[in-house]
Design a protein around this ligand. Structure first.
Ligand SMILES: Nc1ncnc2c1ncn2[C@@H]1O[C@H](COP(=O)(O)OP(=O)(O)OP(=O)(O)O)[C@@H](O)[C@H]1O
Length: 585
């Protein structure tokens, strides 16, 4: 940072643009100005009571005409206008004020890039100047700094580039919120493509509308939303089939059949994993007849699998009996001469559950197999193995319903967090398991659907884990939402960085404000008037809060509005009604 002289800091010392009036505090002042100031504009205040200049920004711009106050009751605008013009004798009596938030003393900001707000109230009468472009460039420009990328320009100071710290986005997470069409996708595209291109970053977007998977660039890696159901752990599987928390019996049987499947899978007695659902169902049907179930401790899976492979005779229609006979005879096998087979298995008496818990579980498994068949792929590898470094990885979820998207995203988030933990902690026992060698930035589109405020979803749990633990393991999360009031408040408040574009609905505004320290009442009032691509940016990602005109993404445009009239016209010009309604390449 280069220290600037006071002269360079302000646009013109010759002309103060206003002065502090009314009651002023150390953090907020009202300024009477000659001309109206723009919200988001930076000003420099020279406090009367101290020689430490401070930087503030305009949070609200006010125009007041006291003459008009008395005329407000007049219903006839022509009459009001005539009286007003007469009273003003051709002079405007409008007075301009600005509510200015005091951000920091200037010296520590320019010298060390540090914000240090003043501790004493600013004296009324203090002069206010416009911050010079040179000063703002010094404060905001991070060109050439390896941690920063450019997001756009200060909206109130065109020509002053605005840069964001990528490390802070990854470690402190972010929310991007706005009404539809305000520029969220464009903002995400600018951020993520620059992170990949300029920083060789690793980004994964969970793309709910298939917008990003259609980006035309060599660094885009599209990941199919597929998962291998046999690799789901018991917890995820129980959530997948929709077991309620208090369905303890069903949970018990489910865990057991999944452990027995592991024995069967490890013993290689079935030729294909695709028999998975069939065998789970056969186990439960068999259980309804035999009314008892072998239970194998997790530690004994490998041993049981060896016995089943070498000494059992596996029948897929009666898997329980096959396993039970093999284990029963285990003591007579060579395997047990070397290993302790004394407590290889026990048996659960299932008599009381054959009419309720077991058939209920069976139906749930059958339903899940049907419901999720589009995303099940027995050859699918762990998502971590499909992510590419220095790439914009995009998981295209547009063809899936919300439940399917939820299961895929939650399983992916879990795998990614665990793979980073393995890398960072070098966890013992991780050999052969997926590892993610570099930090990653995850982008969750439609975050209010996957991590909603008032509903339990699988993704919400992993979002909360990542927002809490991700910082230590290099897993950053960007939540994007057009309906922030529907987004889990806890997740939102864990996002220390915030980009708010146009936001109109008061409920949305209140929800965002409740989880963000820097969003004042005055700024909230301004959110509906932001134009497309204009964003309020708050948090540790930037040197100071700012209203930014986000750059337009250079890459092939995404999420553009469809010009219906134009498309009808084009179709009509070449119409061929024979082909209407069928897909033509
Ligand atoms: N900074 C910008 N400069 C110029 N045009 C922009 C900017 N941001 C967005 N636009 C344009 O505005 C339109 C809507 O933008 P975008 O798709 O990013 O909005 P969105 O908030 O993601 O909308 P949705 O919620 O419907 O996906 C697009 O045509 C886009 O090109």
């Amino acid at each position: 940072m280069v220290l600037m002289s006071s002269q360079e800091m302000v646009e013109s010392y010759g002309g103060a643009i206003g002065y502090v009036v009314d009651e002023a505090t150390s953090s907020k002042v009202t300024v009477r100005t000659k001309e109206p100031l723009k919200v988001g504009e930076y000003v420099i205040i020279k406090p009367l009571n101290s020689n430490e200049e401070v930087l503030g920004w305009v949070e609200e711009s006010i125009a007041r005409n006291e003459l008009l106050g008395d005329l407000a009751d007049l219903e006839n605008p022509h009459l009001a206008g005539t009286i007003l013009r007469t009273l003003m004798f051709g002079q405007s009596n409008t007075k301009y004020f600005a509510i200015v938030k005091v951000l920091t003393k200037i010296k520590p900001l320019i010298k060390m890039g540090k914000q240090e707000p003043p501790r004493v109230a600013i004296d009324p009468g203090s002069e206010v100047y416009k911050a010079s472009k040179e000063a703002l460039v010094k404060i905001f420009s991070r060109e050439g700094d390896k941690r920063f990328i450019k997001l756009g320009e200060l909206a109130a100071h065109p020509g002053v580039g605005f840069y964001v710290d990528v490390t802070q986005i990854v470690s402190r997470h972010m929310a991007v919120v706005a009404v539809t069409g305000a520029g969220k996708s464009n903002t995400v595209t600018v951020l993520t493509t620059r992170i990949v291109k300029e920083k060789n970053g690793c980004v994964l977007i969970f793309d709910m509308h298939g917008e990003y998977s259609r980006l035309d660039a060599e660094y885009v890696n599209v990941i199919e939303p597929k998962l291998d159901p046999t690799k789901l752990d018991a917890d995820s599987f129980s959530k997948l089939i929709g077991l309620s928390k208090d369905a303890h019996k069903q949970e018990l049987y489910l865990r057991n059949v999944l452990t027995l499947w592991k024995v069967i899978e490890n013993s290689n007695v079935v030729e294909s994993k695709e028999k998975f659902f069939r065998i789970l169902q056969n186990m439960l049907i068999e259980l309804m007849h035999t009314k008892e179930m072998p239970v194998i401790h997790y530690d004994n899976i490998a041993l049981a699998a060896q016995i089943l492979r070498e000494y059992g005779k596996f029948n897929p229609t009666t898997p329980l009996t096959s396993i039970k006979i093999a284990l029963k005879n285990a003591n007579k096998t060579k395997v047990c001469e070397k290993n302790d087979c004394s407590d290889l298995y026990t048996v659960i008496d299932a008599k009381s559950d054959v009419n309720s818990a077991i058939p209920n579980l069976l139906v749930k498994i059958q339903d899940a197999e049907q419901k999720y068949k589009e995303i099940f792929d027995f050859d699918a590898s762990d998502v971590v193995e499909r992510i590419k470094p220095a790439s914009l990885n995009v998981m295209d979820l547009h063809s899936l319903d919300e439940d399917m998207a939820d299961i895929i995203v939650s399983v992916s988030l879990k795998s990614i967090l665990n793979a980073r933990k393995r890398k960072v902690l070098g966890e013992a026992g991780s050999k052969g398991k997926a590892v993610l060698k570099v930090p990653i930035l995850l982008v969750l589109e439609e975050a209010h659907i996957l991590a909603p405020a008032n509903r339990r979803t699988l993704t919400k749990y992993w979002v909360s884990r990542i927002t809490r633990e991700g910082r230590k393991f290099g897993v950053g999360l960007v939540m994007v939402s057009q309906r922030p009031k529907g987004l889990d408040q806890d997740a939102l408040s864990q996002a220390n960085n915030l980009i708010v574009l146009k936001l109109v609905e008061p409920g949305d505004q209140r929800h965002v404000q409740a989880s963000s320290e820097g969003l004042s009442e005055e700024l909230v009032k301004h959110l509906p008037s932001l134009s497309v691509g204009e964003a309020l940016v708050l948090g540790p990602l930037a040197p100071l809060p700012a209203i930014v005109k986000v750059d337009h993404a250079e890459i092939k445009k995404v999420g553009q509005d469809i010009d219906a009239v134009d498309e009808w016209e084009k179709y009509h010009a070449t119409r061929d009604d024979e082909e209407w309604g069928t897909w033509e390449e």
